[in-house]
Design a protein around this ligand. Structure first.
Ligand code: NAD
Length: 278
């Protein structure tokens, strides 16, 4: 089994650089899928209230026989709960669904810059959760450079991570640079663009040269860029494939060719205009 490196977040909390994402895993299948990932060796799970499957993640962690402290679990505050008291109540709901008394990382899922409640107010609620020890670290997701800068200027705790869309068709290097400038770790969501980048001839060419799969090459590219990734799959062979990233290396030239595929292509919503509330 390959060993997954950890990254020290800005408050000293260590996070495994490779995890397992459960977006779009149906709630009824989430326990099984997460148990498979834990069996394969993943020790970091990324869920969210919005995914409706926190319960299955919690059940899998308990049934795995692992200590709670051996699995890093992230969840996220759903849109619609940005007001201070709503955020605290929603967080209680997350802990209840997971069946945990703390999460490792809790994120504001989207900045929602067009709604009435300012994300600075939301962040103050997360700061309280953090100070109470109910989240070992707190962070944000889908924050653009201006959102992140304002949050850092106006509040106390610097986010530990900013989880943003990153893959070869959207390298998102501007936001990654601002994250780095402030000591905020970048988490890359949809790291293989939900499969979109796997047929790219540059990716398949590099994969053939290394006798690896396109998914492994793209995930390895993220790892070498220093980002945290958590690909999603419910197929055991792919869960295993996506975990085998630490026994080969891409050259600088491979890295450059993949980075040059950037075409500013989002697979998900634009955080500047996304204000959807379920
Ligand atoms: P992904 O890039 O991980 O792609 C997942 C899809 O790719 C799977 O459904 C499967 O069809 C395919 N796939 C997976 N492994 C493969 C392999 N080895 N070979 C071929 N195909 C393969 O996309 P994702 O699930 O959107 O993103 C990963 C995680 O990021 C999510 O599960 C979630 O935890 C997180 N995420 C966060 C946000 C956010 O707003 N914060 C948004 C989207 C995703």
């Amino acid at each position: 089994m390959s060993t997954v490196p950890t990254i020290d977040l800005n408050n000293g909390t260590a996070i495994p650089q490779l995890g397992f994402g459960v977006y779009q895993v149906p709630p009824k299948d989430t326990k099984e899928a997460t148990l498979t990932a834990l069996e394969v060796g993943y020790r970091h799970i990324d869920t969210a209230e919005m995914y409706g499957n926190e319960k299955g993640v919690g059940e899998a962690v308990r049934e795995s026989g692992l200590d709670r402290g051996d699995v890093f679990v992230t969840s996220k505050l759903n849109n619609g709960f940005h007001a201070h008291d709503d955020a605290l109540t929603a967080f209680d709901g997350t802990l209840e669904a997971l069946g945990f008394d703390y999460v490792d990382l809790f994120l504001i899922h989207w900045p929602l810059p067009g709604i009435e409640v300012d994300f600075v107010e939301t962040w103050r609620a997360l700061e309280e959760i953090y100070r109470d020890g109910r989240a070992r670290a707190i962070g944000v997701s889908n924050f653009q450079a201006n959102h992140l800068r304002r949050l850092i200027q106006e509040t106390e705790v610097v986010p530990a991570v900013n989880q943003i869309e990153v893959h070869p068709y959207l390298t998102n290097d501007d936001v990654r640079a601002v994250n780095a400038e402030h000591g905020v770790a970048t988490e890359a969501w949809s790291p293989i663009a939900q499969g979109l980048v796997l047929d790219d001839p540059v990716v398949t060419g590099i994969a053939n040269a290394h006798e690896r799969t396109p998914a492994q090459v793209v995930l390895r590219w993220h790892v070498q860029r220093g980002d945290i990734v958590f690909p999603k799959s419910v197929t055991r062979s792919r869960v295993e494939e996506n975990f085998a990233l630490f026994d080969f290396e891409l050259s600088d030239s491979d890295m450059g060719l993949i980075t040059a595929l950037d075409k500013d292509h989002r697979t998900g919503p634009d955080p500047d205009t996304f204000n959807w509330i379920p």
